[in-house]
Ligand binder design. Sequence first.
Ligand SMILES: N[C@@H](CCC(=O)N[C@@H](CS)C(=O)NCC(=O)O)C(=O)O
Length: 208
Amino acid sequence: MDDYELIGSPGCGSAIVEMALRISGIPYRLTDLPYLEPGPGRDRLLKLNPLGQVPTLVLPGGAVMTESAAILLHLHDVAPQGALVPEATAPERTRFLNLLFRLVGAVYPTFTYADDPPKWTLAGPAADRLRDTVMERRATLWREIEAQVGRPHVLGERFSALDLYVTMMTHWRPGKDWFAQHCPALTAAASQAEKNPHVAAVLERHFR
Ligand SMILES: N[C@@H](CCC(=O)N[C@@H](CS)C(=O)NCC(=O)O)C(=O)O
């Protein structure tokens, strides 16, 4: 049987899935590509995922999965030893699901809309306003999540896939200084996660 193929890009959310694959001990190969750059890589990505987004995961056998949260839940199904998802009866399960979907359903799309506003509205003042309002929304979301973060990990004693999101997303705008000032609990959880050797290795590959 083939290995999983993770299609991703440096610095992107595909790194979250890469961390999960490593922690879960699942064999995989990486296809890094500049997802926005026209060319054969993007053409293939668009055939697999019409939104042209990474992560996109090709499963052994050829089925395709998109959406990082769906992928993480799937990886936990096939390799529960990774312990990235609290089991159905675990007390942290509801908070895990709530925060997971907050991160992918509310925080992640702010990058879709604020990274390149002229893609969605007229260039100029309308685009500036869209960027500003979406970034305000992101700050509100992070503050709300900050109020729910435990120590040393997002769920408290238990490390989970949420720590992978937080570690990666605190590298993104508005940047580490903003998080250190406004979200100390998120910053601490991210630093704690970086102590995991798999997380550290993936961060090294993406950012250094
Ligand atoms: N909901 C998706 C979001 C993925 C996403 O937005 N990825 C970014 C890269 S970090 C991307 O591909 N952006 C290009 C685009 O949306 O056109 C997930 O959780 O996997």
